[in-house]
Design a protein around this ligand. Structure first.
Ligand code: GLV
Ligand code: MN
Ligand code: MN
Length: 409
């Protein structure tokens, strides 16, 4: 092993402390107190390994080791450091720690790269605070304008710039990154599925990433007294929403080829046991490896919603995220495999059913994504776990590849 397992374990333990739900998994929402604590830790580690640290206008963290070629584009390594509510310690942080460990190895081995090495820790990949997801990487790719961010609010009505200021970040800084300044992006992530563990393979080299979209559906009805309003005089937003949601699994099943739909978040207003709900807001996450399936399902979901509209029930549908399925760069994929072969680390080709910052950044640069095993295939839950030696194997593959990419002309 080239990477240092003690160091990796120290970083995993350190970051796992920064949770709003101790003993009930990692809950690290973007721009929260726990974000600030994790942010300070990540920045301190980047500095300790000789990187020059900066944050952009979304609070994405970059640590840079200059290269010998003047003005050359960077090889960026990293992942996100936010979490889902009650998630695990590895989804995101494993890839940030991979970057930090690679910086440590560059320093330890006194490597002076030709191209700069940049380590990145990205915000709000999960969308747990502001919805949609992939917000940090979408900003870097230039898909989010300042006005969009002012409009984007959390469930308490706090906008992105307001939330940033609350933890001392500067939303006036530039976010969009000139693609000319990036040579490649490398990400390591836990698999979040069972294949690598079951097949006892150390590394998955990702060939393609699922396409995904998220809809935000608002159903409006009329509030009233739960005891005195006769059943035939109600416009109950929750009953309409429940009927709609009940139809969604079948739409995905009929579409086939692994198409999936999930309603993972909903809010009921006014949320009183003895009040007829007048508003329900819920998310619909739709994924498929084929874009036509995603488009078909979006249309079918809208059609179902329409059938529940009436004089008393209105519905609106907003698309908060749309990402096409992506195929990742062939050349980087083969470099990752060559690195694994040279290190004697087993690997296989994989498809990703989860979304990743890599899929957004593949629009602006050459991207490589590898997976390491997830115990029992579990993720987005407190039980999420990957052995330190498995993280180390993945980091070795990424380090070897980063060495070549920062060296090569
Ligand atoms: C992120 O984990 C996603 O796939 O939504
Ligand atoms: Mn995730
Ligand atoms: Mn992730």
């Amino acid at each position: 092993m080239k990477s240092n397992q003690e160091r990796i374990e120290k970083h995993i333990k350190a970051l796992s402390q920064y949770t709003a739900t101790p003993n009930e998994g990692t809950t690290r929402l973007t721009y929260s107190e726990e974000d600030l604590q994790a942010r300070d830790y990540i920045k301190s580690q980047m500095k300790a390994y000789g990187l020059k640290v900066r944050e952009d206008g979304l609070g994405n963290i970059f640590g840079k080791l200059e290269g010998e070629k003047k003005g050359a584009p960077s090889v960026i390594v990293g992942s996100h450091f936010d979490s889902v509510p009650h998630g695990g310690d590895y989804d995101g942080p494993a890839g940030v720690i991979a970057g930090i460990e690679i910086a440590a190895l560059f320093q330890e081995n006194q490597i002076k790269p030709a191209y700069p090495l940049e380590i990145i820790a990205i915000i709000e990949e999960e969308g747990s605070r502001f919805g949609g997801g992939l917000m940090g990487s979408r900003g870097i790719a230039g898909y989010l304008q300042k006005e969009d961010l002012e409009q984007l609010k959390d469930k308490d009505g706090i906008s992105v710039p307001e939330a940033m200021k609350q933890i001392g970040l500067d939303p006036s800084l530039e976010v969009k990154r000139d693609p000319e300044t990036i040579k490649a992006f490398l990400e390591m992530h836990i698999e979040q599925g069972p294949i690598l563990e079951e097949e006892q393979i150390s590394v998955g080299v990702v060939e393609s990433i699922v396409g995904l979209t998220q809809l935000e559906v608002t159903i409006s009805g009329k509030a009233g007294h739960a005891g005195t309003t006769p059943m035939d005089r109600r416009s109950d937003a929750l009953v309409a929403a429940a009927n709609i949601i009940g139809k969604l699994p079948q739409i995905a099943i009929e579409e086939g080829e692994g198409t999936v739909t999930t309603v993972g978040r909903h809010q009921v207003f006014p949320n009183g046991a003895n009040v007829i709900p007048d508003k329900v807001v819920f998310s619909v996450d739709i994924r498929s490896s084929k874009e036509t399936h995603i488009k078909n399902v979006v249309q079918k979901v809208k059609d179902v919603i329409r059938t529940y509209e009436s004089e008393g029930i209105q519905a609106t549908v907003e698309q908060s995220l749309y990402m096409q399925p992506k195929e990742l760069n062939q050349d980087i994929r083969s470099q990752l495999k060559t690195s694994a072969e040279q290190l004697g680390i087993s690997y296989t080709n994989m498809h990703s059913g989860a979304g990743h910052d890599a899929m957004v950044l593949s629009d602006i640069t050459d991207v490589g994504l590898i997976f390491v095993p997830s115990k029992d295939g579990l993720s987005h839950c407190p039980e999420e776990w990957t052995a330190i030696h498995e993280l180390a194997a993945g980091i070795d593959v990424l380090y070897e590849t980063a060495l070549k990419l920062t060296r090569k002309s």
